[in-house]
Ligand binder design. Structure first.
Ligand code: MRU
Length: 363
């Protein structure tokens, strides 16, 4: 499909019940072409996640939830134990697509809990419960991003300059984004932010996706190369940094797209606060510190060849291509969740955020 409408009108991830398909907007084709792709098999879904056709921690989680539902639906048995064993196999396979974004295992674990909690039902009924849970996961993501936007908006004022890295936008979620949610809400309310989007080497999520979606929404966005953040901050053009994340450890250390820790280090030098926008689905209290987060390593060609007409590095050169880095908690001014803003010391404040979540769930 070629692009006929504004990019913001597309759904990043959707379930097509009629065709038993997971439908994603192929993000590797943006901004040139908005192509929807229907995925049916485990291999197709795994590839789409690994190849970043669907990417961004929350979107990966929702895609995995729809994916495991569709794969579970195909399991041909009436026996719960046989069904559950096959479900777990498929779950482990999808979970292996990318290691850093905890939303992937978080969403898959939530789906597994549906199987366990409904063990007494028939397999057909469990499949229907899985469908309902996957849809709920998507709807929750939209509400969560909106709440992050409301909390994030309290940290800035009209006319502020905001720098962001990678794409934690609508394309990385089901709507609004995380780091972009305060920007979009501010846009609706006449805040007139000036946004600086890092291009985000090597896969250019900032240039191809963030600059694209912000521009399409009428936000004042300026694209900068990754080595320009010190210049714009030194010029006094940036009042806050908002970024997303793939995993927050219990001590507040945060893994996000490679280069985030460089931005945070520069921001410290220029007294610019760095806010991590993190749904609670991205906070992993079982990971003690950033040193315990597995950082995905990606192939060399993403650095040397991808997005260029010709290779831009000597053939065979050694390449180091980690997809994420860890920003130390002392560089972070606050972690903006759907239940409020956590401040240092994070071990305590993140626990309080989960207590609020528990209380809301019990209410
Ligand atoms: O490799 P990507 O494009 O999936 O990396 C995405 C990021 O680093 C995002 O900032 C993060 O997943 C948060 S998305 C709301």
């Amino acid at each position: 499909m070629t692009q006929e409408k504004n990019i913001m009108e597309y759904e990043t991830v959707a379930l097509d019940d009629d065709k038993d398909a997971l439908v994603i907007l192929d993000q590797t084709k943006l901004p040139g072409c908005a192509q929807l792709v229907s995925l049916h098999t485990g291999e197709e879904i795994w590839d789409a996640i690994y190849l970043l056709k669907v990417r961004g921690a929350p979107a990966i989680g929702v895609a995995a939830a729809f994916g495991i539902y569709l794969l579970a639906k195909k399991i041909k048995t009436e026996d719960y134990d046989v069904f559950y064993e096959e479900f777990c196999k498929q779950k482990a396979y999808l979970n292996s697509a990318r290691p850093t974004a905890v939303n992937l295992s978080w969403a898959l674990n939530r789906m597994e809990q549906v199987c366990i909690a409904n063990k007494a039902l028939s397999v057909a009924e469990i499949k229907e419960k899985l469908r309902e849970e996957s849809i709920a996961l998507k709807e929750e993501d939209i509400q969560v991003c909106k709440s992050i936007g409301e909390h994030g908006l309290t940290l800035v004022k009209p006319g502020d300059g905001i720098l962001t890295h990678c794409n934690a936008g609508q394309l990385a979620t089901c709507k609004y984004g995380t780091a972009t949610a305060p920007i979009y809400l501010g846009q609706e309310r006449g805040y007139n932010f000036r946004v600086f989007a890092d291009e985000t080497r090597p896969l250019l999520q900032g240039a191809r996706l963030t600059a694209y979606e912000l521009q399409s929404s009428g936000v004042d966005v300026t694209l900068i190369c990754d080595n320009m953040s010190a210049t714009v901050m030194r010029n006094g053009w940036v009042n806050a940094v908002f970024v997303g994340c793939d995993r927050v450890a219990a001590n507040g250390d945060t893994a996000n797209k490679i280069g985030t820790s460089v931005v945070a280090t520069v921001a410290k030098r220029y007294n610019v606060p760095v806010y991590i926008c993190a749904p609670t689905s991205t906070i992993d209290m079982d990971t003690p510190t950033g040193a315990d987060i597995t950082i995905e390593q990606r192939p060399a060609h993403e650095v040397t060849d991808m997005w260029y007409e010709k290779p831009m590095a000597p053939a065979g050169v050694k390449v180091f291509n980690p997809a994420f880095d860890v920003t130390d908690h002392d560089l972070i001014a606050g972690i903006v969740t759907e239940y409020g803003i956590a401040r240092a010391p994070y071990r305590e404040s993140l626990k309080e955020i989960f207590e609020k979540k528990q209380a809301a769930n019990n209410a």
